[in-house]
Design a protein around this ligand. Structure first.
Ligand SMILES: C[C@H](N)C(=O)N[C@H](CCC(=O)O)C(=O)O
Ligand SMILES: [Mg+2]
Length: 364
């Protein structure tokens, strides 16, 4: 099964409600879809969002990196040579992680199709059902409380509360949500780099002293501020998770050695795809550190790949933030991963099992 072409399309899906974080407000998913064709007629699909504020990637940079740097290296390569291909992808250009991720996802899809088995089985197998949290966008306190209660009523047992704005209001946001859903849902916070280290310690201590129990706090300070992450990790009881502070395996090793966080958020769009995500999970397991699998604003192509990985690595990927498809107004993809509220389940068809993507706009 040899790679003959790589084509591009756009997939646009409105969100149910605007997605608001400390970094940005977004109203629709607009992702680049990568279609890898082979001489046997098998097709692999990948996806990349343009999360410029986190990864630096734009639609233009994703397409250009694949077209000019990755694709020329892959044409004619045999899908059976998976490790060689992922090495070629990773070595084709520095950074550009979302572009690399999209191509790797399509290649892994094809590799699993080649062996006629679902991707998670090729990655090591596991119980093909996992449970995701849902994001509560940062907003007025009453709106966040209402959104949290609605999410609990829809069956979500873990809420990822976006904070990272005004510290005083953030404390009130979390207290109000906790009071509304206590005993019904676990709360994790994501400040998306919005606090300073001192603010984070102040806010988390206030919340801890008020009896608010949090599962974790994600990326309280700027991604580059590892000293700040360490400062917080040493001073609060709430476990600290690194998101924007860690992209690839080397950063994860550095962060773990520094003891700058307790948990790592693995996202395919930060790692450059599945091969490095596996490395990070293995590194974390070696150091006895737990991981979350996360996503950007992505549909059920790349989030499906992340779900397959989460199933296969569930002994170390113990937390799941794969709510991209649940945030979308509809699911345009018919594949083997089903997103049903909090439950994500995988059917027994080859690869990512993608049969149809509604509304694909092919690019020339
Ligand atoms: C969608 C997911 N639950 C999430 O919150 N991801 C964000 C980044 C998403 C974005 O801005 O596109 C995160 O974990 O920081
Ligand atoms: Mg985050």
């Amino acid at each position: 099964m040899k790679i003959t072409d790589i084509k591009f399309a756009m997939l646009r899906v409105p969100l149910k409600t605007p997605f608001k974080t400390a970094l940005r407000t977004v109203e629709k998913v607009e992702d680049v879809i990568v279609i890898v064709e082979t001489d046997t007629g098998h097709v692999g699909y990948g996806e990349a969002p343009a999360t410029a504020v986190i990864t630096g990637d734009t639609h233009g940079s994703i397409i250009e990196a694949i077209k000019t740097m990755i694709k020329p290296k892959l044409i004619g390569e045999d899908i059976e040579d998976l490790n060689r291909i992922t090495h070629l992808i990773q070595g084709s250009i520095v950074k550009n992680y979302s572009a690399k991720a999209a191509v790797e996802i399509a290649v892994y899809d094809l590799f699993a199709q080649r062996y006629n088995t679902p991707l998670y089985k090729i990655l090591g197998g596991g119980e093909p059902t996992i449970s995701t949290d849902i994001t509560i966008s940062v907003d007025y306190i009453d709106k966040m409380v209402k959104d949290s209660i609605d999410a609990v009523n829809r069956g979500f047992e873990t809420l990822k509360i976006k904070v990272g704005k005004d510290i005083g209001v953030d404390i009130e946001r979390v207290k109000a949500i906790y009071a509304a859903v206590e005993g019904k849902a676990l709360l994790r916070l994501d400040a998306n780099q919005g606090w300073t280290a001192k603010e984070a310690v102040y806010a988390l201590t206030k919340l801890e002293d008020a009896g608010v129990r949090l599962e974790l706090v994600e990326q309280p300070v700027k991604g580059y501020d590892l000293e700040g992450m360490k400062y917080i990790t040493e001073r609060v009881h709430t476990p600290v998770m690194a998101d924007e502070s860690t992209f690839g395996p080397k950063e994860v090793i550095d962060l773990i050695k520094m003891r700058a966080a307790d948990i790592i958020n693995i996202k395919l769009m930060k790692t450059g795809g599945i091969s490095n995500a596996i490395r990070i999970a293995d590194i974390a397991e070696t150091f006895d550190v737990q991981c979350m699998i996360g996503c950007m604003l992505e549909t059920s192509i790349s989030v499906a790949a992340a779900a397959h990985l989460a199933v296969a690595k569930s002994h170390v990927i113990t937390k799941v933030d794969l709510d991209g498809p649940s945030l979308c107004a509809f699911d345009p993809v018919v594949g083997n991963v089903k997103f049903n509220g909090a439950e994500i389940s995988i059917e027994n068809t080859p690869g990512l099992g993608i049969k149809e993507i509604k509304g694909l706009e092919m690019l020339g």
